[in-house]
Design a protein around this ligand. Structure first.
Ligand SMILES: *[C@@H]1O[C@H](CO)[C@@H](O)[C@H](O)[C@H]1NC(C)=O
Ligand SMILES: *[C@@H]1O[C@H](CO)[C@@H](O)[C@H](O)[C@H]1NC(C)=O
Ligand SMILES: *[C@@H]1O[C@H](CO)[C@@H](O)[C@H](O)[C@H]1NC(C)=O
Ligand SMILES: *[C@@H]1O[C@H](CO)[C@@H](O)[C@H](O)[C@H]1NC(C)=O
Length: 151
């Protein structure tokens, strides 16, 4: 039984490596890193992390020209999201979402706008990627509930 669980785990682990990271699963109450990379050697002028279906009410995380703006954040995410690497070194624009709950399940979009002045003129680039997050309820499930009948 234990061995079986382990081999299933290894299988899923290998499968997830094979597929890449489009989908992440975490348990209720955990922290999760949402990965996103910008090209290196350019300036990041805008970083928007959003949940497309609730974007009109605010962002998951919003950063522009050197600072983040909490007032553009959706209520649900205030105080729970920060840059994984505040210096965004090597183009790491991942964010850490803390203390996840069921309502955090969904698609997260990372949009980056960069500016490159190295050619003498400004070259802008806009890119988007997305990640699907699934949060496990972490509820205890009762698997066995039959009481043997007394004879
Ligand atoms: C993420 O979820 C959306 C909406 O449910 C779906 O259309 C998309 O295919 C999913 N993407 C991945 C990589 O699983
Ligand atoms: C999740 O959303 C539902 C419906 O909007 C709400 O009733 C519930 O309190 C939310 N749960 C958490 C943990 O925020
Ligand atoms: C990034 O911004 C700084 C300050 O504005 C500028 O000096 C530098 O040339 C920019 N780098 C690139 C690659 O555009
Ligand atoms: C813009 O960024 C994307 C993703 O990093 C890259 O594939 C593309 O080549 C870039 N385009 C330009 C014009 O730099």
């Amino acid at each position: 039984m234990e061995r079986n669980n382990l081999s299933m785990f290894v299988l899923f682990f290998l499968l997830s490596l094979y597929i890449g990271h489009p989908e992440i699963k975490v348990r209720f109450g955990q922290d999760v890193t949402l990965d996103c990379r910008s090209p290196r050697g350019v300036n990041i002028t805008l970083l928007e992390w959003s949940r497309p279906e609730i974007k009109t009410d605010g962002y998951v995380f919003f950063y522009r020209n050197g600072r983040s703006y909490e007032n553009y954040q959706h209520e649900r995410f205030k105080g729970r999201v920060e840059l994984t690497d505040p210096s965004m070194k090597n183009g790491d624009v991942s964010v850490t979402l803390k203390n996840v709950n069921i309502n955090d399940t969904g698609t997260y979009e990372c949009r980056i706008r960069t500016s490159d002045l190295s050619s003498g003129q400004r070259v802008q680039n806009d890119s988007r990627t997305s990640i699907n997050l699934t949060v496990d309820s972490g509820e205890l499930r009762v698997l066995c509930c039959r009481v043997p009948m007394a004879e």
